[in-house]
Write a protein that binds this ligand. Structure first.
Ligand code: NDP
Ligand code: GDR
Length: 335
């Protein structure tokens, strides 16, 4: 009898956690997730998968909980996705962000080193590490210049992962993932904030969308494509670090324009600038070169920028319509 491969995902309740869970289940994995204790369980993104996975309590701040978890689960692979992932919050809570995103990675690596050095380890590194970019497009060799406490903490997480690979021979990989989005994206991130607002404006329950820096450029891909790259890195013969990106950049303004056009609305009539959404220091432009991932692990994205925008707007239109159909009195414009 062959046993199923098993994986432990930290950050399983997040956007990528949900897509990675589905992907690994489809590959025949036994999937375990680490969740923080909360007075109210919020597993909304996992509702449809809940009976196919096992959730365990643990916290990146608590070293012993990580060690015990690895002893109990005995995973073949660990995907360390848990993090304080919202850049503006990192300016408000720089120390906590460092605890999660920097020291939390060391705690997870220490747990792997102590419990079982054959575990394959994935670290969720980020294009935010490039920050004030030194060259374009960015590759695995581009120097880092983080522009936020979030980015600085991710640089630490990145290098400590390489350090454990080199010092203890761990199979540890960094995926330097550029922005990736989906209908499951948190509503505070700009793409989902826009598509949620477009749906609400379309149905007449919101009129204005307040945004910050419309000139920022990002290389946006689809989360479903990017979690596949995480898995592919851990299946390769040797551990390494990879940029995962589409190679195309667009401004926030272009995202807005595409999203409003999809429902035949003029964005200029609804979008206003609110200085509250500007950051103390922003990353003005990011664009990745994923040649190494394409040539080494055979990864390529499937969803285009236009496909991503319409997928997200359509999902929000459907969700808002469903919500309104349960409270018909509020529905007043489009139906
Ligand atoms: P989300 O914000 O959607 O999810 C973050 C997850 O981390 C949640 O499950 C959250 O749990 C968990 N978490 C936070 N702090 C802790 C903690 N102390 N202990 C245990 N769990 C914790 O992020 P994404 O899914 O978008 O991103 C996944 C990872 O990839 C993150 O590390 C992010 O920084 C990184 N990344 C993301 C990119 C993107 O564009 N999406 C690009 C590059 C990197 P809870 O539900 O309890 O809050
Ligand atoms: P980012 O994503 O900071 O790149 O980090 P976000 O969607 O928050 O911002 C992208 C760009 O849009 C500009 N912007 C706004 N952003 C937000 N959130 N809200 C607004 O109203 C707004 N208006 C303009 C921002 O200034 C910024 O330039 C994401 C996260 O997922 C990180 O965890 C991940 O590491 C990186 O992507 C790669």
């Amino acid at each position: 009898m062959t046993t199923k491969p098993s994986a432990l995902i930290t950050g399983i309740t997040g956007q990528d956690g949900a897509y990675l869970t589905q992907f690994l289940l489809d590959q025949g994995y036994e999937v375990h997730g680490m969740v923080r204790r909360s007075s109210l369980e919020k597993f909304d993104r996992l509702t449809h998968l809940r009976d196919q996975i096992e959730l365990h309590q643990g916290d990146l701040l608590d070293q012993l909980s990580l060690i015990r978890l690895l002893e109990r689960v005995q995973p073949d692979e660990v995907y360390n996705l848990a993090a304080q992932s919202f850049v503006p919050t990192s300016f408000e809570q720089p120390l906590l962000t460092g605890e999660f995103n920097a020291l939390g990675v060391t705690r997870m690596l220490e747990a792997v080193r102590l419990v079982d050095t054959s575990i394959r380890f994935y670290q969720a590194s980020s294009s935010e590490m490039f920050g004030h970019v030194r060259e374009e497009p960015q590759t695995e060799k581009t120097p880092f210049w983080p522009r936020s406490p979030y980015g600085a903490a991710k640089v630490y997480g990145h290098w400590i992962t390489i350090n454990y690979r080199e010092s203890y021979d761990l199979f540890a990989c960094n995926g330097i993932l550029f922005n990736h989005e989906s209908p499951l994206r948190g509503k505070e991130f700009v793409t989902r904030k826009i598509t949620d607002a477009v749906a609400r404006i379309y149905y007449g329950i919101q009129d204005k969308l307040m945004l910050g820096n419309l000139d920022a450029q990002r290389d946006w891909g689809f989360s479903g494509d990017y979690v596949r790259a995480m898995w592919m890195m851990l299946q390769h013969d040797t551990p390494d670090d990879y940029v995962v990106a589409t190679g195309e950049k667009h401004t926030v303004r272009e995202f807005v324009q595409h999203a409003f056009e999809h429902v035949n609305l003029k964005w200029e009539n609804h979008v206003e600038i609110d200085p509250a959404f500007f950051r103390p220091a922003d990353v003005n432009t990011l664009c990745g070169d994923a040649t190494k991932a394409r040539e080494t692990i055979n990864w390529e994205p499937e969803v285009s920028f236009a496909g991503l925008v319409t997928m997200m707007v359509d999902a929000d239109l459907k969700r808002v319509e469903d919500e309104l159909s349960k409270t018909p009195a509020k529905k007043n414009k489009a139906g």
